[in-house]
Design a protein around this ligand. Sequence first.
Ligand code: BGC
Length: 454
Amino acid sequence: MTDITLDRRALLVAGSAALVGTEAVLSPATAAAPMRAGALKFPAGFRWGASTAAHQIEGNNTNSDLWFLENLNPSTFVERSGDACDSYHRFAEDIAMLAKIGLNSYRFSVEWARIEPTRGQFSLAELDYYRRVIATCRQHGIAPAVTFFHGSAPRWFGEAGGWLNPDSAGLFARFCDKVARTLGADMACAFTINEPQVNEVFRAIPGGGDYFRKADAASLAMHQAAAKALNVPEFHSSGHPDFLRARPNMIAGHEQGYAAIKAAHGKLPTGVTLSVTDFQPANEDSPYREVREAAYGHWTEAVKRAGDFTGVQSYRMIRLPGKGAPLPPLPDMPFVRHDDPVGNMSRPEAVGNTLEYIWRATGKPVMMTENGLETENDAWRAWYIPEALKSLHAAIGRGVPVMGYFHWSLIDNFEWTRGYKPKFGLASVDRETFKRTLKPSAAVLGGIARANAV
Ligand code: BGC
């Protein structure tokens, strides 16, 4: 997670600068007329939700690997998570707000660092805490969609080498077993690992690795300082630059975690969530197919072996240059962000494209478990949401079995190494009082969810 800043925003590909500027940011006045509400119906039982993650909203996750790294010198975190959004105490408020918006599902994560504070010792009180979170969802008619691992792990796991440890898959599966047996009966669906390949996506692009060299060196220095401070040979977290070495263990972790959850509750729909950038060609002979394969292939194969569906997390499109003739520029769209110096574009078509790609690659149903826009201008989000959902609807029309849509995020939260500055929420959070205030975009999503149509 530590280099998520770069993963989110930046990528230097030879020639990618040429892509920037092919589309201009349009002013609000040029926004397309909103489409007639309700024209495009979604399937019955479609899940409408918002997503969060424990470390990003709960606060005081003091026993986690990331808390340790945030408080280290050197650290690549621009600020510490601290109280986050205090959702640990305010979960009932969050869930009530989600219901008020008009959503029917809540995707959140259970925090391993709280549930298994010491290796092999499970906290009944913390399990009971998440039982209350799940029960509160049910009281509001909200389906609990639960992630078992979203970025943060117990500090002891990091000290033991994290996902580099040959025992890591078994340790994670034991945690999954415990949680599924205790809480699984009331879950609506489960996700093993969140975006296990997030660090691979941009590095799959030719030249991508070079771009991260500096950030990787800083992250490595931080992890080495952690190992030294704790007197262990290697400290590993989700943001460790040696993610390729961790990949086989993460795949095994997903497979064994999936098996543990299914052994406890055979009928609980369970899958992994993947970070999926919509790689498209900018020129003929673009290597976009190879890049997709490198970024997603290991995991789409894993999904074929273990997974009832795949969670697809889509935020952007990148058009990759090639040696051939340039392809026509994409049509302009109001508010589409392409001021990124390196070619990330927040285009809503990425939603349908990525869902279709992962469905075709795995042959299993897909669920959009994260999609959203980083912006302080909520008018952009309010415009983006229906456009993204039209793209999702079009994918359904092409035969893609899409189970639901979860917006990232319910509330503005701790955006990993970048701290609290990036805003993704349907609601803002006062950093001193923790008061939540819904933004207008929440009503846009809620209206669509209630109508089950866009
Ligand atoms: C992650 C979230 C993150 C979001 C926005 C996703 O990759 O799962 O934890 O906050 O993107 O950057």
